[in-house]
Design a protein around this ligand. Structure first.
Ligand SMILES: O=C(O)CCC(=O)C(=O)O
Ligand SMILES: [Fe+2]
Length: 372
């Protein structure tokens, strides 16, 4: 067995097909409003069925009816754009290289996907822990304080980001309840077992307009190279989603559509592990070949950092009606999924170790510091 955390080999694939318009909406739109308590049972059931299809057959959906106020999104994006428009020296004050826990700003090309620089700049946030928090005192990797832009210039930003993260955490729990039900599990199954204190990296990315999208050496330049996400769910909001491309089960690539009022939600590796390949962590990539700058806010809803990950001892029926406990442990995923990030993992593994290694690969210069 090789390095269990080796880079997703599929991201190094060359000659991937170009993405086409998603004319027939292969990526479905799901209005999740009926997942709220008190909604009519039949409406809830309809959402569950749509989620079942989206998670098993696509790995992505557009989430409508999420209830997140547009005002909050507007505040988030406009302040982020104001910050990113500042000179480099200003942004450097909150550089990620000041942080041992991967928080703060990084410059264009500063993050890698599969050893290649992404054509994006961004800011990493997470749960904001005080210096005297036990996890910080214990120097737990990826646990610590955020870096905030100067409060004089950006008086509301900390509040906006913090509010957004807590709203998205609740939304994450709600969607996970629906997914659990779509698998025949109790709605609180994941929360009870794995996500009571979810690990929630939150990122803001800026992809400059890049109509040519070629390096000097003629190689294609990607905003984010092909990858799958690591945890349970990614909830992506953006005023300009165009540029995101998704690989369908057929191997066809489709372009994400701009659907007002929706977030793009996708499944991460850990949900695929737990379900032994029943739900799909789909490959995706970004290229902003347009003439306009693109800004996005991926929020990651992941297992508890210390959660021990194992494929579940459960068989899921195709219709999602039953989830049957099995006694035989099935910890070899190699025949159950083609996802190269997880096929050769050895279980159990701690989620924190999985994501730390991935993020260290994305920021190789920060690896040593992240272990101090
Ligand atoms: O910015 C986007 O459109 C997608 C970003 C992404 O795939 C990620 O951060 O994992
Ligand atoms: Fe992603």
């Amino acid at each position: 067995m090789g390095d269990p955390y080796a880079v997703d080999a599929s991201s190094l694939r060359t000659n991937l097909p170009a993405a086409v318009e998603d004319e027939r909406l292969a990526v479905p739109v799901i209005d999740i409003a009926a997942l709220a308590p008190g909604a009519p049972a039949a409406d809830r059931q309809r959402v569950i069925e749509q989620l079942r299809f989206a998670c098993r057959d696509v790995g992505f959906f557009y989430c409508a009816g999420h209830g997140v106020p547009q005002q909050l999104l507007d505040a988030l994006f406009s302040t982020t754009l104001d910050f990113l428009a500042k000179p480099t020296e200003y942004k450097q004050r909150i550089a990620m290289s000041n942080s041992r826990v991967f928080r703060g700003w990084f410059a264009l090309g500063g993050e890698l996907t599969s050893y290649r620089a992404d054509w994006k700049e961004g800011i990493y946030f997470g749960e904001d822990l005080a210096d005297n928090h036990p996890d910080v005192l214990a120097k737990k990797p990826m646990h610590g304080a955020n870096q905030w832009p100067d409060v004089q210039d950006f008086p509301e930003y900390k509040q906006t980001v913090t509010t957004y993260m807590s709203v998205m955490t609740e939304l994450g729990h709600t969607i996970m309840e629906g997914i659990a039900e779509s698998l025949g599990l109790a709605p609180d199954f994941f929360r009870k077992a794995f996500t009571a204190n979810p690990f929630t990296p939150f990122r803001l990315f800026h992809y400059p307009a890049d109509p040519v999208a070629k390096h000097e050496n003629g190689e294609e330049r990607w905003g984010v190279g092909v990858h799958r996400d690591y945890g349970c769910l990614t909830v992506l909001s953006s005023p300009n989603i165009i540029g995101l491309e998704i690989e369908l089960k057929t191997g066809e690539w489709v372009k994400a559509r701009q659907i007002p009022g929706t977030f793009v939600v996708n499944i991460g590796d850990m949900l695929e592990v737990w379900t032994k390949g029943v739900v799909r962590a789909a490959p995706h990539r970004v290229k902003n070949v347009s003439n306009v700058n693109r800004i996005t806010a991926p929020f990651f809803f992941d297992p508890n950092f210390d959660c021990m990950i194992n494929p579940l001892d459960i068989t899921f029926s195709d219709d999602g009606k039953t989830a049957t406990a099995v006694t035989a442990k099935d910890t070899d995923l190699s025949s159950l999924t083609t996802n190269p990030s997880i096929r050769s993992l050895t279980f159990p593994l701690r989620y924190g170790d999985y994501i730390l290694k991935k993020v260290q690969n994305n920021f190789p210069e920060l690896e040593q510091m992240s272990l101090k």
